[in-house]
Design a protein around this ligand. Structure first.
Ligand code: NAD
Ligand code: UPG
Length: 329
């Protein structure tokens, strides 16, 4: 990775973005984080990164940040990202995620910034026709959130054709785990793994399983959990490869685990019994999402360092134990 170039990271105070920033700074890059702290945390931003507090919905704010810092590339993490919420308030996603991207892309076009990595999602595939899901699997977004990400992917394809922008769309499956200093801390928390660990910490009484009548072996949804550091490494490789042209990759571990498996693994890792109650299905949740990530493995020589769910959850548990109140002082 070339060290002198500036990289702008939207959403760099959030869960995944902050870990990517940590790795980029470690590689010697000059990093500028742009985040409105709606979900992110100032303390999650690596101290060697420049921090700009701003909202992508404010076109002037992102325009002036791009004008001031003149990044060579942009990593775009900032978004609303909850599948379930997007099925309650679809316009928050179809409106704000798309407008935020639009304002960012416009600022990039205005200042001739020609490289971008987009955080896309496995939710692009809805209830997929095939498992594992490859880049050639039919796209049929499973929620308003997934649709908002697909609109951004399509916008980028046009900007490539018309303005020569080079982009990588990384369709993450379920991010999980932590580094020593950075982990998952959302308010409210809605993600399965941190919620289960909050039960183990005694901060919640139980975990509700959203649906136990799916067409899977134990009836609960299956997901592909990928360690956040492995995701970060994929961004660094994709950034280095962008000079060779735009690309789209599905990014997961390639192994599926049910909600029940996650709870059982949490019991093993934490030693806590983790009481469970059955709940209704959550709208927008596909039964099974497992990635075929052969393409990024072959083209970028990327390989997950955390293939086992147990190891991923151990890193999350370490972080939750050392940060029982998340990033709060
Ligand atoms: N967590 C996952 O499993 C997962 C999976 C697939 C895709 N993604 C995508 O990856 C990205 C990061 O996810 P995350 O889990 O780290 O989410 P996150 O909520 O922790 O991080 C998002 C960050 O963006 C910031 N932000 C949101 N709207 C903004 C705006 N209008 N202007 C400026 N900053 C804004 C938030 O404050 C936050 O720091 C998202 O785009 C999400 O859709 C996440
Ligand atoms: O209290 C809970 C929370 C979650 N789940 C289930 O656990 C699984 C994982 O849910 P969650 O951790 O909320 O993640 P997802 O909804 O799968 O979404 C994540 O993973 C997607 C990619 O697969 C990303 O696009 C999203 O941004 C990211 O939030 C799903 O089957 C949920 O129904 C429960 O049963 N109980």
């Amino acid at each position: 990775m070339s060290s002198a170039k500036t990289i702008l990271v939207t959403g760099g105070a959030g869960y995944i973005g902050s870990v990517v920033v940590e790795q980029l700074v470690g590689e010697g890059a000059r990093v500028v984080v742009f985040d409105n702290l709606s979900q992110g945390h100032r303390a999650a931003v690596h101290p060697d990164a420049v921090f700009v507090e701003g909202d992508l919905l404010d076109a002037e704010a992102i325009e002036s940040a791009v004008a001031e810092y003149r990044p060579e590339s942009v990593l775009h993490f900032a978004a609303h990202s909850l599948v379930g919420e997007s099925m309650q308030v679809p316009l928050k996603y179809l409106g704000e995620n798309v407008t935020a991207g639009l304002n960012l892309f416009q600022a990039m076009v205005n200042h001739d910034v020609r490289q971008l990595i987009l955080s896309s999602t496995a939710n692009l595939f809805g209830d997929p026709e095939e498992i594992p899901i490859s880049e050639s699997t039919k796209i049929a977004p499973g929620s308003a959130y997934g649709e908002s990400k697909y609109i951004l992917e399509r916008m980028l394809a046009w900007l490539e054709q018309i303005h020569g922008l080079r982009y990588a769309a990384l369709r993450y499956f379920n991010a999980a785990g932590a580094t020593d200093e950075r982990g998952e801390d959302h308010t409210p928390e809605t993600h399965l793994i941190p919620l289960v660990l909050e039960v183990a910490l005694g901060q919640r009484d139980q975990i509700t399983v959203f649906g136990d009548d799916y067409p899977t072996e134990d009836g609960t949804c299956i997901r592909d959990y990928i360690h956040v550091s492995d995701l970060a490494q994929a961004h660094i490789r994709a950034l280095d490869a962008l000079a060779g042209g735009s690309r789209v990759y599905n990014l997961g571990n390639g192994n599926g685990f049910s909600v029940q498996d996650v709870i059982e693994t949490a019991r093993e890792v934490t030693g806590h019994p983790i009481p469970v109650v059955s709940g209704e299905r959550r709208a927008g949740d596909p039964a099974i999402l497992v990635a075929d990530s052969q393409k990024i493995r072959a083209e970028l020589d990327w390989k997950p360092q955390f293939p086992q769910l147990r190891d991923i959850m151990q890193t999350a548990w370490n972080w939750h134990q050392s940060h029982p109140n998340g990033y709060a002082e």
